[in-house]
Design a protein around this ligand. Structure first.
Ligand SMILES: *Cc1c(COP(=O)(O)O)cnc(C)c1O
Length: 395
């Protein structure tokens, strides 16, 4: 399997067949597993083999298939599936840190990631320094002898800054810190974060891995040592494991993710190109555009692929943004992303509402900013819908 290409791994990786030899992966909706004898139960609690399970909070065959499939895709030694993306982020960080440790984090973060770093870890004696993730000198200056981890979104939400994984990893590794990357916006299809120096990669599977807005899930990828030695004991005792049903949804999602995400990214680029000189817009942000502030880095890190999300900043601020959202006929107003359905979000009043005006300003979350997650609809239909809604926003 290790010499299969990505698309083949996504369809066949990790498959375990029961005695019925089913073609499509089975959902093992069971929380427990029967031992033949008391001696077998005792032995399994001492050492659990690869096809042996104890309790679904520790592991389950459907969940294991998902973990193996995504680990193969990502080129990671191992993976642990979690109940949501946030269970993955909090589990990865909490399991590796203790009081007295220091973390350096990019400040442009998903709201709940920011909450964990700012409000939870600090409560337990972990110090956190926030830096501008695109400023390598700031990363370097923030490192201390007790810096145990750096954390960042490799492509930030919602302003789509791209962070240099290789360069930040080099800086972090000089002080022995682990590099933890929330890789949702870069997507498992385009990112090669592990190869580029990340030690731990996290996905919210709720986004592109499901890709059809059905179930919550997350996954942490890394070395066998980290996943089984550090993360698993924490996750299995604190209860953030993925349900077998959700694992099955995610497993089937992986079979089509390459096709879906490539089609969505192609559409996103066409939409961004159509909008980039639009008179109603102050900015069109899409990492795949030649005009993106870090276009060269996008070339190097993501083979020029800008992902499936673009952000537009409407002249006329919040009023124009709201008129635009209300005039859309195809895209829905919601806050998921990576879905087959296009989704438009007004970050300043929803996902990033909690931030102060100063923080919003710093992060470029202006009143006119709309995040647009491109779905699988026809590209020309989406361009027509957006163009019409932009006209409505100006009236
Ligand atoms: C959605 C998201 C999360 C959280 O994932 P959930 O599955 O909603 O818990 C974390 N980080 C990023 C970048 C996200 O987009």
């Amino acid at each position: 399997m290790s010499d299969w290409n990505k698309r083949t791994k996504l369809v066949h990786g990790g498959t375990r067949r029961s005695q019925y030899n089913e073609v499509s992966e089975a959902i093992f909706l069971t929380q427990g597993f029967v031992y033949e004898t008391a001696e077998q139960a005792e032995a399994r609690f001492i050492e659990t083999g690869p096809d042996e399970f104890i309790y679904a909070r520790y592991g389950n065959p459907t969940v294991a298939m998902f973990e193996e499939r995504i680990a193969a895709l990502e080129g990671a030694e191992d993976a642990f599936a979690t109940a949501s993306g946030m269970a993955a982020v909090s589990g990865a960080l909490t399991s590796m840190l203790q009081a007295g440790d220091h973390v350096v984090s990019a400040k442009a973060l998903f709201g709940s990631c920011l909450y964990i770093l700012e409000n939870i870890l600090t409560r337990y004696g972990v110090e956190v320094t926030f830096v501008d993730g695109t400023d390598l000198a700031a990363w370097k200056a923030a490192m201390r002898p007790n810096t145990k981890a750096v954390f960042f979104e490799s492509m930030s939400n919602p302003t789509l800054e791209v962070i240099n994984v290789t360069a930040v990893a080099q800086i972090a590794h000089e002080v022995g810190a682990l590099v933890v990357v929330d890789n949702v916006f870069s997507t498992p299809v385009f990112s090669r974060a592990i190869e580029q120096g990340a030690d731990v990669v996290i996905y919210s599977a709720t986004k592109h891995i499901d890709g059809q807005g059905r179930a919550l899930g997350g996954v942490v990828l890394g070395t066998k040592d980290f996943i089984r030695g550090t993360l698993e004991p924490y996750m299995k005792h604190t209860g953030g494991s993925m349900s077998p049903f959700n694992a099955w949804v995610m497993l089937k999602g992986l079979e089509t993710i390459d096709l879906r995400v490539r089609a969505q990214a192609e559409s996103a680029l066409a939409i961004a190109e159509a909008l980039q000189d639009h008179p109603a817009l102050a900015r069109t942000i899409y990492p795949g555009l030649a005009s993106h502030a870090q276009a060269a880095l996008v070339q190097k890190q993501l083979d020029g692929k800008g992902g499936t999300v673009l952000s537009i900043d409407l002249k006329g601020g919040r009023e124009a943004a709201f008129k635009f959202l209300n005039a859309l006929e195809i895209a829905v107003i919601s806050n998921n992303l990576g879905d087959a359905k296009s989704i438009a979000t007004h970050p300043a009043t929803t996902t990033h509402q909690r931030l102060s005006d100063v923080q919003k300003d710093e992060l470029g979350i202006t009143p006119g900013l709309v995040r647009f997650s491109v779905g699988l609809e026809d590209t020309q239909d989406l361009i027509a819908d957006i163009s019409r809604a932009l006209e409505a926003a100006q009236s």
